[in-house]
Design a protein around this ligand. Structure first.
Ligand SMILES: N[C@@H](CCC(=O)N[C@@H](CS)C(=O)NCC(=O)O)C(=O)O
Length: 236
């Protein structure tokens, strides 16, 4: 029995983190027995980020390292049937989704002054009212610094929207109109793309990024198809 440790629900999302949702989809697709538990402060995770997996007395942080572990312990079922070229394409899409578009999603939630109150309620709502403003403001400052260091945070909102459009157009063109990236069944790279897009399409209320993403119908339909096929949805 595995335990996946994830963030608690927020913003209308049952599983609000794309990385946690991806790991949950993979565990389900592999038909492994698992529970999902929640901690609201990622600083308590072994590497300060969620998810991590508790497996056979071991703790494995990071959704990609979880993926590698599950591949190794299921005799290669995670990447079974993928050619080297397909795997390369999957890794490239993963980097686009998780190391670029993900940060724009984070900024659309945390750094838009109009959306910010939802973050305070969704992520800090359980803190005593007296410390909530301090804790949330400190965390927001850290997100702003990280976004700046990443580079995207140096651009105007209009320019960020341009980066987001190019990411979304690339994903929309990369995913198929039927079935999944590499065949008739969804796999790890479908879970990577669909889990991120679920958080963009389904977080409530919509962010400015949700509005942009809604123009990409193929990507939206595909994200729904992946979630339906595995039976794991990001939203409630
Ligand atoms: N590379 C990590 C990224 C995990 C990640 O960034 N998780 C976010 C939640 S979506 C987190 O815990 N952030 C807390 C922080 O950065 O302080 C993975 O694939 O698991």
């Amino acid at each position: 029995m595995f335990e996946l440790v994830a963030l608690p629900p927020a913003f209308g999302m049952r599983n609000v983190s794309p990385f946690c949702l991806k790991a949950e989809m993979l565990l389900k697709a592999l038909d492994l027995s698992f529970t999902v538990s929640q901690i609201s402060d990622p600083r308590k995770a072994p590497k300060g980020k969620l998810p991590y997996l508790v497996a056979d007395g071991r703790i494995i942080p990071d959704s990609e390292l979880i993926t590698e572990y599950l591949d190794a312990t299921t005799q290669g079922r995670v990447y079974a049937g993928l050619s080297a070229a397909q795997k390369a394409q999957g890794v490239a899409l993963t980097r686009l989704a998780e190391d670029h578009l993900y940060w724009i999603m984070v900024a659309s939630r945390w750094l838009d002054p109009d959306w910010w109150p939802n973050v305070v309620t969704g992520f800090f709502g359980e803190l005593p009212a007296i410390i909530r403003p301090i804790a949330s403001t400190m965390a927001r400052r850290q997100v702003a610094q990280t976004y700046h260091l990443q580079g995207l945070g140096r651009h105007s909102l209009e320019e960020q929207r341009g980066f987001a459009e190019r990411d979304l157009a690339a994903l929309d063109a990369a995913v198929p109109a039927e079935d999944f990236l590499f065949g008739p069944d969804p796999g790890i790279f479908d879970f990577t793309v669909a889990s991120l897009m679920a958080g963009i399409y389904d977080n409530k209320p919509a962010t400015w990024l949700t509005g942009l993403a809604q123009n990409y119908e193929n990507l939206h339909t595909y994200s729904e198809r992946v979630q339906a096929a595995v039976g794991v949805y990001g939203r409630h």
